[in-house]
Design a protein around this ligand. Structure first.
Ligand SMILES: [Zn+2]
Length: 221
């Protein structure tokens, strides 16, 4: 939805980690065992996770499932059932105040290693996260202030944005139009004026529309 705004404002309070959860991080080193050269991760001694495909398997039952959000929920639920709940990873201090777009509570700044365990390519990037909502959004790698690139997104929206991004990038990467023309095309499709229109702002329906319209240019894609 185009009126969902990015709620990033400066605060005058000093950056502080007071109140941050302490204890073992959700995926502290002791809970991650790298197998098959890192292609498979054994998490918390109870599941195997394949970061490349998002597939995971419950060791005790052999049951196979898909999706990082469901996997995290499963791990949290199992630990709580045992009476030794997982602590959330410790957030990074930031002078920005970013609110979760689902629950309205403050989001936390984290490194990619917390959000995508096992993805070395994302480990050093910054993300704004609401663990309670399983929602997050990335920041530009070169943005020292770590401003969010859009609204926090749950898994369905993250998947939709990824699909829209890939379809959009094909438009200009394959030379069907220039990057500037592609940006104008995106503004027409979404009804959001440039500059300022980017896929991180879009909701699921808008992302699906962008991906479908982009595919119209690429009948053989
Ligand atoms: Zn939330």
């Amino acid at each position: 939805m185009r009126n969902r705004t990015v709620t990033a404002v400066r605060t005058d309070s000093p950056a502080s980690q007071a109140g941050a959860p302490t204890g073992k991080d959700l995926f502290g080193a002791s809970q991650v065992v790298r197998l098959d050269g890192g292609r498979r991760l054994r998490l918390d001694g109870r599941i195997d996770f394949w970061p490349g495909s998002g597939k995971w398997q419950v060791l005790a039952s052999g049951e196979e499932r898909q999706g990082v959000t469901q996997m995290l929920a499963f791990l949290v639920q199992q630990r709580e059932a045992e009476g030794r709940p997982l602590a959330e990873p410790t957030p990074i201090a930031s002078s920005l105040k970013v609110l979760c777009d689902y629950c309205g509570k403050p989001a936390q700044l984290h490194l990619g290693a917390d959000v995508y365990p096992g993805r070395k390519d994302l480990a050093g990037l910054h993300f704004w996260v609401c663990w309670a909502c399983d929602a997050w959004v990335g920041t530009q790698a070169d943005d020292e202030r770590h401003r969010p690139q859009g609204a926090l997104a749950r898994e369905d929206l993250r998947d939709a944005r990824r699909a829209a991004h890939e379809a959009f990038d094909r438009l200009w990467q394959r030379g069907l139009m220039t990057r500037a023309q592609a940006d104008e095309w995106l503004a027409r499709v979404t009804g959001i004026a440039q500059p300022g229109c980017h896929i991180g702002m879009l909701d699921v329906d808008e992302c699906l529309r962008v991906a479908a319209k982009a595919s119209d240019f690429l009948p053989n894609a």
